[in-house]
Design a protein around this ligand. Structure first.
Ligand SMILES: Nc1nc2c(ncn2[C@@H]2O[C@H](COP(=O)(O)OP(=O)(O)OP(=O)(O)O)[C@@H](O)[C@H]2O)c(=O)[nH]1
Ligand SMILES: [Mg+2]
Length: 251
């Protein structure tokens, strides 16, 4: 059984168009499975403790999974306030879901706290590839990309790829692949231009899912370290002071 001790609790929100895979990503994180999902009505909740960074800080991510359907938009916005991290999800096989990222981002900027750490999540890559390929290296695997690092736009792939860190064996070897409607470079460039982290995932195969949550947590903890964020207020970041002082356990 997973130990219940934690160093930090972080509040996350998942947002983006309907059917991009938000609930599937959360189920993959919390239960490590991929199941049939129904469209979310309003919001759902899930939580898991993950290990973050070299220090292995134990971070309990408490995630509010919001509905992408337009009719729930006013309800879901109310969950943005106080979030320390946000996963903004689109479907790489559905161009419109990427086009709408701008509008979701506007909502986040308007309703979430100024310091929220946002990761742009390009989901469903299993539909286009039989294994996760490396993505532009300045974003991939680097939760804190140097803002001035130029992107290599000569190709859509990094020339010296780093292997994806949490890649289980693929189960999609022999299926027919779809064409991708949003390239890695386009997604990564958008993220860079808007100061977001970027990750490519498959909730179905489990590719990149833990990374999405972990890299966001790393950025949040970095902000906490630098003092950019108060440790207890707003509610998105909570420090376990007992554990920090005594190394004790808490639930
Ligand atoms: N192939 C593939 N299908 C996926 C993936 N993620 C989700 N799906 C499928 O996409 C559909 C929508 O997934 P959901 O997780 O319900 O999407 P959602 O973003 O939560 O949708 P709303 O709750 O309506 O906002 C379901 O049929 C999932 O099985 C993925 O990584 N790969
Ligand atoms: Mg959902």
């Amino acid at each position: 059984m997973e130990s219940l001790s934690w160093d930090y609790i972080l509040k996350y929100v998942l947002l983006g168009d309907s059917a991009t895979g938000k609930s599937s990503l959360l189920i993959r994180l919390t239960d490590d499975r991929f199941d049939l999902t129904e469209p979310t009505l309003g919001v759902e909740f899930g939580s898991r403790i993950i290990s973050v960074g070299e220090e292995g800080k134990r971070v309990k991510v408490q995630c509010w999974d919001t509905a992408g359907t337009e009719s729930f938009r006013s309800i879901t916005r109310s969950y943005f306030r106080g979030a320390a991290g946000a996963l903004l999800v689109y479907d790489v096989t559905r161009r419109a879901s990427f086009d709408h990222v701008t509008s979701w981002l506007e909502d986040l900027r308007k309703y979430a706290d100024e310091n929220v750490s946002i990761i742009l999540v390009a989901n469903k890559i299993d539909l286009c590839t039989s294994k996760p390929l490396p993505i532009p290296s300045i974003q991939y695997g680097h939760p804190f990309p140097a803002p001035d690092t130029p992107l290599d736009t000569s190709s859509s792939r990094s020339p010296s790829p780093a292997p994806a860190p949490d890649v289980p064996p693929s189960t999609t070897q022999s299926k027919e692949l779809k064409s991708r409607q949003v390239s890695s470079m386009e997604g990564a460039l958008f993220a860079k231009q808007h100061g977001l982290l970027y990750v490519e995932t498959s909730a179905k195969e489990g590719w990149g899912v833990t990374d999405a949550f972990e890299w966001t947590a790393r950025e949040v903890l970095d902000k906490v370290k630098k003092g950019d964020m108060e440790r207890k207020k707003p509610g998105g970041v909570k420090l376990n002071e007992t554990r920090q002082n005594k190394g004790g356990r808490c639930c």
